[in-house]
Design a protein around this ligand. Structure first.
Ligand code: A2P
Length: 274
């Protein structure tokens, strides 16, 4: 390639000193799943607290400018490390750089976690539905590894829909790991149902989650009744369009949107980074 076509790597710096309110966390492990998806784990400061399902702002200082994006924490609140699941966007301001992280590098994280995809924002119920597309599975990777989720709900149904089969790998891995976990395994094996699906490549379950809710095939395949405000609670995480469409289906079924200070029957969170 001629030299003038090789783009210079942007300068990434960890500010010294690190500003108050921010951690500079060491990256411990990076796993690439596809050319669009990767996960990474960082150290966890002993005093950092969050509730499973919350998000934080993650960033880097690129060309002298701090750049942060919201990332759901994918690890549960009891974990000694912090895990994130990310998209890679070739010309994405942050992810184009973040995707090159290696163990030993540092990332910046604001100290405050927040969010609505938490057990506290839902009323107790029989069944918890987690509807996710793409990297929207991240907060649920946290919640399915939290024993509180199984104490609060009899059944936990995690739907993960992606364009292609390879994009389902992270979900398969987390579910298998949870079912094999010494402390969670028994509860997860009895209560957790994983429903992976694709929309653009042949797979046993195909079709958008919205289509499968509307035509009833999601419920029929599981042998459970459609959403009912008396029993069902729903958490939604994906692209803006997916959130809008799933929210409309919840409202059509008579479910009311909840919040931290007003728990109800469904909650929504955007977790897309571009
Ligand atoms: P589709 O292949 O039909 O677009 P993306 O990678 O673009 O974020 O999409 C992730 C998954 O979410 C894909 O399977 C995609 O289906 C699906 N999807 C996109 N928009 C919606 C929507 N409005 N409602 C439900 N699923 C959606």
């Amino acid at each position: 390639m001629p030299e003038d076509r090789i783009a210079a790597a942007p300068e990434v710096r960890i500010p010294d000193p690190v500003p108050a309110g921010i951690y500079a966390l060491e990256v411990l492990k990076v796993t690439h799943y596809t050319d669009r998806l990767f996960a990474f784990r960082t150290e966890r400061p002993a005093e950092f607290r969050f509730r499973s399902g919350e998000f934080v702002m993650i960033g880097l200082e690129i060309e002298g400018k701090p750049l942060y994006r919201a990332y759901s924490i994918a690890s549960p609140s009891w974990d000694e490390e912090i895990e994130f699941f990310s998209i890679k966007v070739e010309d994405g301001p942050l992810t184009s750089v973040l995707q090159h992280l290696k163990p030993g590098d540092r990332v910046l994280m604001r100290k405050k976690a927040t969010g609505t995809l938490v057990n506290d924002a839902l009323l107790p119920g029989k069944r918890l539905w987690m509807l996710s597309t793409g990297t929207g599975i991240a907060p649920f990777a946290s919640l399915i590894r939290d024993p509180e989720t199984y104490e609060k709900f009899e059944q936990v149904i995690l739907t993960h829909s992606c364009r292609e089969v390879a994009e389902l790998a992270y979900g398969h891995e987390i579910v298998a790991e949870t079912k094999a976990n010494e402390l969670l395994g028994e509860m997860a094996t009895a209560q957790l149902v994983h429903v992976p699906a694709t929309t653009r490549e042949a797979y046993p379950t195909m079709g958008r989650i919205t289509t499968r809710i509307e035509d009833g095939s999601l419920f029929a395949a599981l042998g459970v009744p459609p959403f009912d405000p008396a029993h069902d609670r729903v958490m939604i995480c994906g692209s803006m369009e997916m959130l809008r469409d799933c929210k409309a289906l919840c409202e059509k079924a008579g479910l009311t949107e909840g919040a931290n200070n007003r728990p109800a029957e469904f909650v929504v969170e955007r977790a897309f980074v571009d």
